[in-house]
Design a binder for this molecule. Structure first.
Ligand code: ADP
Ligand code: MG
Length: 244
């Protein structure tokens, strides 16, 4: 099978003021791969994935997303339309219906007609199992439902890559499963995914590769069997003991 890189992170370093939060990070993700990013709080996981869709800038190195080099890119739009992101907080627009939330970006950024956007939105809401909630407002939904809407909203732009930053960390335990199920479906459908999560079961099952970060460094990159079964580094072992 040919492997096509869709994301290439090359020698990326980033500082917040005097604090270096990414240290010479290298990572290539091929089309269709599922990468789970693990690491202690403050290790740079969020910063790294936020760099991939240009929510953050970096000072050294390069990130290439589907042929677009981010460091010299003037406009955000080409990368934002290819890379969808789902956050810990659902970040839905509270004053709009669920349906409108999902329709908005395709109309504004992709020039879809109302009708086409509505059809796409309803299909996606069906896919994440909440078509019947389309006319409600986000606050009328549970956290798990809101996060599923957020996933549908990101998918509405037909991204080539989906980034997830701790998508279940703000949810009550009984709602985590429904969101992970949607993510599992997406993975099965072939989506390229980078997922920061503490859900080790999901990592074991879904990931092709587990990345371990600590203090801004990418320290391990291994298949989950290998990472969980036989972590190479003491720092990874200690991390796993803490989260297990
Ligand atoms: P993680 O997601 O692994 O918990 P982050 O990427 O959020 O880690 O943070 C990495 C480091 O960068 C931490 O030390 C954090 O305090 C710092 N940091 C994150 N965002 C900012 C910011 N906007 N300004 C200054 N420091 C930040
Ligand atoms: Mg984070």
């Amino acid at each position: 099978m040919t492997q096509t890189p869709i994301i290439q992170i090359q020698n990326v370093s980033k500082w917040f003021g005097p604090l270096q939060v990414l240290k010479d990070v290298n990572l290539t993700v091929n089309t269709g791969q599922k990468v789970v990013v693990l690491g202690p709080s403050g290790s740079g996981k969020s910063t790294l994935i936020r760099c991939i869709n240009k929510l953050e800038d970096f000072q050294q190195g390069e990130i290439v997303v589907d042929g677009h080099a981010l460091s010299t890119m003037q406009r955000l739009e080409p990368v934002r339309r290819e890379v969808g992101m789902v956050f810990q907080g659902f970040n839905l627009f509270p004053h709009m219906t669920v349906l409108r939330n999902v329709m908005l970006a395709p109309i504004k950024l992709r020039g879809l007609s109302e009708k086409a956007a509505e059809e796409r939105a309803m299909a996606l809401l069906g896919r994440v199992g909440i078509a019947e909630q389309a006319q409600k407002h986000p606050t009328q939904l549970s956290g798990g439902q809101q996060q599923r809407v957020a996933i549908a909203r990101a998918l509405a732009m037909e991204p080539k890559v989906m980034l997830f930053d701790e998508p279940t960390s703000a949810l009550d335990p009984e709602m985590i499963g429904e969101v992970l199920d949607v993510m599992r479906d997406l993975a099965t459908g072939g989506m390229t995914m980078i997922v920061v999560t503490h859900e080790m079961g999901f990592a074991r099952e879904v990931a092709d590769r587990v990345i371990f970060m600590d203090k801004g460094e990418l320290l391990e990159d291994a298949p989950p069997k290998e990472f969980f079964g036989n972590p190479r580094l003491d720092r990874a072992k200690q991390f796993l003991q803490r989260v297990a």
